[in-house]
Design a protein around this ligand. Structure first.
Ligand SMILES: Cc1cc2nc3c(=O)[nH]c(=O)nc-3n(C[C@H](O)[C@H](O)[C@H](O)COP(=O)(O)OP(=O)(O)OC[C@H]3O[C@@H](n4cnc5c(N)ncnc54)[C@H](O)[C@@H]3O)c2cc1C
Ligand SMILES: NC(=O)c1ccc[n+]([C@@H]2O[C@H](COP(=O)([O-])OP(=O)(O)OC[C@H]3O[C@@H](n4cnc5c(N)ncnc54)[C@H](OP(=O)(O)O)[C@@H]3O)[C@@H](O)[C@H]2O)c1
Length: 440
């Protein structure tokens, strides 16, 4: 079997490793190659519903925050496609997700170090390098960049029900078109659930007889994208967050949930308006019910339908409903991949079973210090709620490039933030000794 030697092997080509590849494109000294099991780049096609919008600014693209003259910026894409003026004239309040996906695909098609149809089935370590095993080829590499994204989260009761009539939101586009006149239950009050409900209520769809939208949250709560909340999506905040103890970080993450996982206010507004039109203007007989503060604790198949049992957090009651179709918009989570099995006993995990990650996004393991496993989108517990979002992807790529080159190729120093998150060390020297940092 032919074995090639690399400085960096990237596993997975989603936006995050793509951003790293785009940064490395201008640094020929680093021999990198990125692998993805899919046939081609396609950004979350299972939820690419018409009118879906980006939840972040297009300036938070693959490169602009750290390398604004790179040819792989969103603006560069617009110019290359001769639609710079048209894009501006369209005055989008939020960038269409389809447009951003086309930009990502254009970048993927333009970079030479990407290999699709290439599933990584094993990563092991020899004396001084990793071996990355594909189906038909091996690569030897000094470093690894894990960019495999997140896996769908399924409630435990759902595992035996999965099929054409009970599916995760990541497969929505495969199923939604074929559904009509059914009793549909959508579980999940985040952006995926909201987009699916809006789609089901849309004019072009055959109206379902009955639609129920369930959220475990107390209400259908909006994404908080206001300025001080957006400060959580800055390198300065990540730096402060990282230094906290594990328990304190966990507690902050639960408070920050709606800064990353709420539904966009525009989607919630569109759903409300659509419900108004159906009920008051169009005289529709569709039976639509919104069920906030419900935890679906059990479901089973009964003949040709499902019976769901929910706990109502508002008044403590137990409710039972029936559905022909269940759509599980129940989110995603990082899972340590099976292909790392040969390194399992060498990788350190924290008490919750997560990677222990360094300032440079490298995983703590017992191998030589000159061999890194960089993990992208695997450290919400470590870097905070910005980690799974596009917001800081360019910055994270630049941090990793600096670590690879072992020099400050990108100047990532920041002036002290106006937000004084920590007790000390934020660049303020007032009243030294007046406040004492509390551990943990
Ligand atoms: C529908 C949706 C919309 C989103 N929109 C936004 C948004 O507007 N703004 C925002 O900030 N965030 C958004 N996010 C969150 C986040 O930005 C995206 O999930 C983003 O795609 C994460 O990028 P990634 O590179 O980590 O993973 P992914 O995009 O999931 O890519 C991972 C890749 O790894 C490949 N892979 C996995 N295992 C292997 C293997 N063994 N061998 C080879 N390849 C492998 C997969 O095929 C996949 O292509 C969205 C998330 C979803 C689900
Ligand atoms: N267009 C876009 O930009 C776009 C589209 C889709 C997704 N996204 C992003 O992708 C990420 C994932 O979004 P997502 O909506 O897929 O997931 P999510 O934000 O994690 O939402 C999952 C929802 O499912 C609920 N849930 C889980 N199990 C449940 C149960 N048994 N009973 C009732 N409710 C249950 C959760 O409740 P709890 O909160 O109580 O756990 C939560 O409301 C987010 O960052 C989102 O912003 C972006």
């Amino acid at each position: 079997m032919n074995e090639q030697t690399l400085d960096l092997a990237g596993v997975g080509i989603g936006p995050f490793n793509l951003s790293l590849a785009a940064h490395l494109d201008a640094i020929p000294a680093v021999q990198a190659r990125f692998f993805d099991q899919c046939e081609r780049f396609d950004w979350h096609p299972g939820l690419m519903l018409p009118d879906a919008e980006l939840q972040t600014s297009f300036l938070k693209d693959l490169v602009t925050a750290t390398d604004p003259t790179s040819r792989w910026s969103f603006l560069s894409y617009l110019v290359a496609h001769k639609r710079f003026y048209k894009f501006l004239n369209a005055e989008f309040e939020a960038t269409p997700r389809k447009e951003f996906a086309k930009y990502l695909e254009w970048t993927a098609n333009g970079l030479s170090d990407l290999q699709f149809n290439a599933r990584v089935k094993e990563v092991s370590f020899g004396r001084s390098a990793f071996t990355v095993r594909l189906d038909d080829q091996d690569y030897s590499s000094q470093h690894i960049a894990l960019g495999i994204g997140h896996a769908p989260c399924l409630p435990t009761w759902a595992s035996s029900l999965i099929g054409d009539n009970c599916f995760h939101s990541s497969q929505a586009t495969q199923h939604l078109g074929a559904m009509s006149g059914e009793r549909i239950v959508v579980i999940g009050g985040g952006q995926s659930g909201a987009e699916i409900v809006l789609n089901l209520l849309s004019k072009g769809q055959s109206p379902a007889k009955e639609i129920k939208w369930i959220s475990r949250r107390q209400n259908f709560e909006p994404l908080d994208a206001t300025p001080f909340t957006n400060e959580l999506f800055t390198p300065e905040y990540v730096d402060r967050f990282r230094r906290l103890g594990e328990e304190r970080r966990q507690s902050l993450l639960s408070h920050h949930k709606l800064a990353s996982d709420g539904a966009s206010a525009s989607t919630l507004r569109a759903i409300y308006r659509r419900l108004y039109a159906l009920r008051h203007l169009e005289g529709s007989d569709a039976d639509v019910a919104l069920l906030p503060h419900r935890d679906v604790i059990q479901a089973d198949r009964q003949k040709d339908e499902f019976k769901l049992v929910m706990r109502n957090g508002f008044d403590g009651g137990i409710e039972i409903i029936f559905a022909k179709t269940i759509i599980l918009a129940t989110g995603y989570a990082f899972k340590i991949p099976d292909f790392l099995a040969p390194l399992k006993d060498r990788i350190a995990l924290d008490r919750s079973g997560n990677f222990i990650l360094g300032d440079d996004f490298s995983v703590k393991w017992d191998g030589p210090r000159q061999n890194h496993i960089f993990a992208l989108n695997a450290g919400r517990h470590s870097y905070g709620i910005a980690e799974p979002q596009l917001s800081l992807m360019a910055w994270r790529s630049a941090v990793i490039v600096n670590a690879l080159l072992r020099r400050r190729h990108f100047d990532l120093d920041m002036p002290p933030s106006i937000m004084r998150w920590a007790t000390s060390g934020d660049g303020f020297s007032e009243a030294p000794g007046a406040s004492i940092p509390i551990a943990g």
